[in-house]
Design a protein around this ligand. Structure first.
Ligand code: ADP
Ligand code: MG
Length: 634
């Protein structure tokens, strides 16, 4: 059979591996052992329901052999093996290397970062080997095959002999250079260190023949003659990993580093987690869990690609890599695993979804996450704010989605920027800081804090000394609307018509003014030709001439958000143009109206409306007309 070419991406990945920096190269062993362990998991899983496998739990193992003269390292497993097609598909193309997302435009440093951060799989063997040979016999097949490759030039697959089911991988190490000693990876001591570091919790024994020496027996005469003791070498098979999964160890045995190290190795995230929890639940169902809150959102977190879920083990055997049912959407950022003896092993995925035990576990996990977050908020504010930056948006979606079903559970986790020093505050902190005469929780919306601060609508509320929550994410106002009331205090948009700030006298005064200029307001409204539902005199404006607000359920911000979604339906807020009766412009308008200059009043109406749009950060209907009008008046 001729040499086959790797798929283009695989070839590039191979090149990347070959040029990676030396300190990363040691992970090849972790990758190959993890593959061996995955393969054994699969066959072990089968053996539970299929007697034909013919192996007991204790028979499964991974063996490491070295041959210093031939410069080879051999990793053998009695897992499920690969058929000819599987060798072709799994090792010939990178697409099957699950954890690796390939980016074609990477520069070399970035490549190295990728290698450091992700599981890069089988190809990592080429970081240390000039030739890789895989001999495999799949379970249920009577033929074995040999896959061979010397790197980028391609690979061959030929038939081969192998008695037992499983896989052998033989690496012929690269030649040593001045600064890269590949021969090191054949040293017993180095291998032991790597296994302890990366693969200690692998559930199957990793065995290696180790050479020891012992003193030879001496005869009585030798002893009497005081002859020096002679030593002899002997070979012993040692198990290099402790095999107890971290989550099954007792908490007192474990240090913070152990948890963090495990996280990095297991979830390929080189940023330290913000928080971890080790749960040991003895009740029904009994389970162990390790839960981690990452410090940064993965690059695909806010996309459809992101898959939430915890690893699910049944008594130490992995049954699902990402069990989505264990995490609610609003906590989808949590990484970790659950191991329960009370889950049946041979349960199908479909059945699992309806499993009562699983539901109970999921509930209790949710409680743990929630209480860990609350603890962090209370005791480690800075950390919590870091968490909030990474995942706050997800929690806010959680408040809003499912018709607000989960809002009570989540509302105390929310943070918003406050008008007081632009610091993040909780709703509880806001309400605690409310002045006695303050009726509402005030909020303002806009695309950024800077933009909101300039909104004319915020002036009056701030002048009264009241704090305002600045809502800058598009989801914010929807979440607030769903919560509706916090500790009996209603939320109030600073653009709402009744801010609860006006004294009865002021109201009277305004009413009188409005009656007096009713005709003018009506004419202004007509001039705007359906763009606004009405023009009113404002009670909230201080220095600004105009602002745009809305009446009814849909606010201007919601209109922006809803219309940016990919649906045909256009939503319109009922717009209200407010004019400041204390502003100079008010007198001018009145004079024009009294003089009966309709044409001029129309132009003023358009100008003021456009100004209001601009302040709100909304698109202008007719920029050319606006520009012409400005010039005309100049
Ligand atoms: P990943 O482990 O993330 O799937 P790898 O590149 O490490 O990616 O491995 C690719 C695939 O090759 C695996 O998914 C598996 O199907 C197969 N494979 C690798 N090593 C073995 C092995 N020792 N036994 C059986 N299959 C293996
Ligand atoms: Mg792998």
């Amino acid at each position: 059979m001729g040499t086959k070419q790797f798929k283009a991406e695989s070839k590039r990945l191979l090149e990347m591996m070959i040029h990676s920096i030396y300190t990363h190269k040691e992970i090849f062993l972790r990758e190959l052992i993890s593959n061996a362990s995955d393969a054994i998991d699969k066959l072990y899983f089968k053996s539970l329901t299929d007697d034909k496998v013919g192996l007991n739990k204790d028979d499964f193992a991974i063996w490491i052999d070295t041959d210093k003269e031939a410069r080879t390292l051999k990793i053998t497993d009695n897992g499920i093996g690969m058929t000819e097609e599987e060798l072709e598909n799994n090792l010939g193309t990178i697409a099957n290397s699950g954890s690796f997302k390939f980016k074609s435009e990477n520069k070399l440093e970035e490549d190295n970062q990728i290698i450091g951060q992700f599981g890069v799989g089988f190809y990592s063997a080429f970081m240390v080997a000039k030739k890789v040979t895989v001999i495999s016999k799949a379970y249920g097949s009577d033929k074995a095959y040999r896959w061979e490759s010397e790197g980028v030039d391609g690979y061959t697959i030929t038939e081969d002999d192998k008695d037992t089911v499983g896989t052998v991988i033989i690496l012929e190490m690269l030649d040593d250079t001045d600064d890269e000693k590949y021969g090191e990876f054949l040293d017993e001591y180095r291998i032991k260190g790597l296994i302890k570091k990366y693969s200690d919790y692998i559930r199957f024994p990793i065995k290696m023949k180790v050479q020891h020496s012992r003193p030879k027996e001496q005869t009585e005469e030798d002893k009497a003659a005081n002859k020096p003791v002679e030593y002899e070498d002997y070979i012993e098979v040692e198990t290099l990993n402790s095999m107890v999964p971290l989550w099954k160890k007792s908490k007192s045995e474990l240090k913070e580093e152990d948890y963090k190290h495990f996280y990095t190795e297991k979830f390929y995230d080189y940023n330290e987690p913000l928080k971890y929890a080790h749960v040991k639940n003895e009740g029904m169902p009994s389970y162990n869990a390790l839960l981690y809150i990452p410090s940064k959102a993965p690059f695909d977190y806010y996309s459809k690609e992101y898959e939430k879920g915890l690893q699910l083990y049944s008594n130490g055997v992995l049954i699902m890599d990402k069990c989505a049912d264990l995490l609610p959407d609003y906590f989808s950022f949590v990484k970790g695993l659950v191991d329960s003896e009370d889950l049946s092993l041979n349960i199908s995925r479909e059945m699992l979804q309806h499993d009562r035990q699983l539901k109970v576990i999921a509930k209790s996990i949710e409680k743990t996450i929630s209480s860990e977050l609350k603890k962090m908020l209370k005791n480690e504010r800075e950390k919590y704010e870091e968490f909030w930056k990474a995942f706050g948006m997800q929690v806010k979606y959680g408040v809003y989605s499912e018709f607000g079903m989960n809002k009570d559970k989540l509302q105390d986790l929310l943070l918003f920027t406050s008008s007081k020093d632009n610091k993040l505050v909780t709703l509880d902190e806001y309400v605690t800081g409310m002045r006695e005469e303050q009726k509402y929780i005030y909020y303002a919306t806009g695309e950024s804090v800077a933009r909101i601060e300039q909104l004319p609508q915020t002036e009056l509320v701030k002048d009264n000394g009241f704090e305002i929550l600045y809502l800058t994410d598009s989801i914010d106002e929807f979440a607030i609307k769903v919560i509706a009331k916090y500790k009996d205090k209603e939320f109030k948009n600073v653009s709402a018509d009744d801010l609860g700030l006006e004294t009865p006298e002021k109201k009277e005064e305004l009413k009188a003014k409005e009656e007096e200029s009713a005709d003018m307001l009506k004419e202004l409204g007509e001039a705007l030709d359906g763009k606004v539902t009405k023009v009113v005199l404002s009670q909230r404006l201080k220095s600004h001439p105009v602002c745009l607000t809305s009446e009814g359920e849909i606010t201007l911000e919601m209109e922006k958000v809803l219309n940016s979604m990919p649906t045909d339906q256009q939503v319109h807020a009922q717009r209200v143009l407010e004019i400041n009766p204390e502003h100079e412009i008010y007198g001018k308008l009145k004079a024009i109206a009294e003089a009966g200059d309709k044409d001029k009043l129309t132009k003023y109406a358009k100008l003021l409306y456009t100004q209001a749009l601009m302040i709100e950060g909304m698109p202008i209907d007719n920029p050319v007309e606006f520009s012409n009008l400005v010039c005309e008046l100049m």
